[in-house]
Design a protein around this ligand. Sequence first.
Ligand SMILES: [Zn+2]
Length: 472
Amino acid sequence: MICMGLHTSRRRRLTALSLSLSILALAACASSGRTGGAASSVTRAGVSMPAPTALGAAWDAERLPLAPAPLLRHADIEAQVTALTALDPSFFSVEPLGRSVEGRAIYHIAAGRGEFSVLLWSQMHGDEASATPALFDLLHYLHRHRDRPDVARFLGALTLHVVPMLNPDGAERFTRRNAQGIDINRDALRLQTPEGRLLKDLRDRVQAKLGFNLHNQNWRTAVGRPPRPATISLLSVAFDEARTIDGGRELTRRVCAVIREALEPFIPGQIGRYDDEFEVRAFGDNVTKWGTPTVLIESGPIGGESPDLALTRLNFVALLTALDAVATGAVHQADPARYEALPENGSGLMHTIVRGGRIIAGTGVAAFTADVGIAGMRTVRERGGERAIAWTTRIDDLGDLRTSGALNEIDATGLVVAPLYDEAIDEGDEITLPDWREKPAAQVVLPGQPARLLLLEERGPGRYRVRKVLAP
Ligand SMILES: [Zn+2]
């Protein structure tokens, strides 16, 4: 699987102008690897990988024009794999690993020629897609910049073994499980899923020295106090009940520390530590036990206009920075305490909290002051063959929610919060609320109810102006 042709073909392309830089790169290759003693001198020589913020900017400029990750289908993966093969067969080595339950091809792409092999797989849960496009972006980045000294050093030190979309049947349905209905990540011991067997066989074949298990976590995952979105959570995966720290876990703890430092400028306070309890049936745990110490990266909730692109971008920066730290040996200078000090993942993050409003609930009870917590889950819907990302939301909590966090906060101080009792109501309308003491509204402001609310400004006794119609 190692691209032996690369070194000679790349050498032929070198010009006199780039010769001095190449010498630096070759020197760096020679000194890289697990010992990594020369990492700091390499950095002083000016051939280091761009800083994380610059890598983020590079991703903005160079990323593949793919649909947001949850909308990617198996056909998109096949197209990307074909494109890589066509782009440079001397750089990428591509093989079909085998097929899913429903016969979809699962691919293994290798790049680099280094002694230190790394296994990266994404989407073993079909509805957890953020890292899949990041893997292709990473491969293209390495190819595009292959002659740059830092990238040449990277490729000389590492061989990447990439399996994008391990669970294509689940991805087609946008479900966690495969077509058998099995959670592949609980099948590492029994190996009843073809997808799980393919991953195990590949690991055994390449004997990777480091693994990256790439997932998405629930959109309600919170971290810290007050709770913030757990946008990325990291785990140095345990291989036994005692959570023993051996050499492999020492490495993955340091890799997690590198990722924390890399991502903190992008998402301060939004990085969590995933529970490190040993799960006897899970792949990360067993891959670690079989000899490939594994880092789990969970992409989670994030606000903004394009959350999927933001998550893919963070995965790209995290993976490239972490892998480069392994290639240079700088990972050995990382402080595992920076990983250990990350707050543990929590739960209960809201999609939206409407704070401090006077609630006219539609149930007939007298008005009262409360925060309204709206929970949201993201889904992918299909209509006429077209997929679209949608939120399903409901009122999850009501009362004093000062200890809860949300992706979106709305300050409703001085406003009235009422149910959207009539779909024809629009922002800016002047309305009089019905008297709900005799007959409650069809839809009310209570936990479990749909999150369809009116934010109202009082204009006179019983008269309101609609400030906002909230129907996320
Ligand atoms: Zn998962």
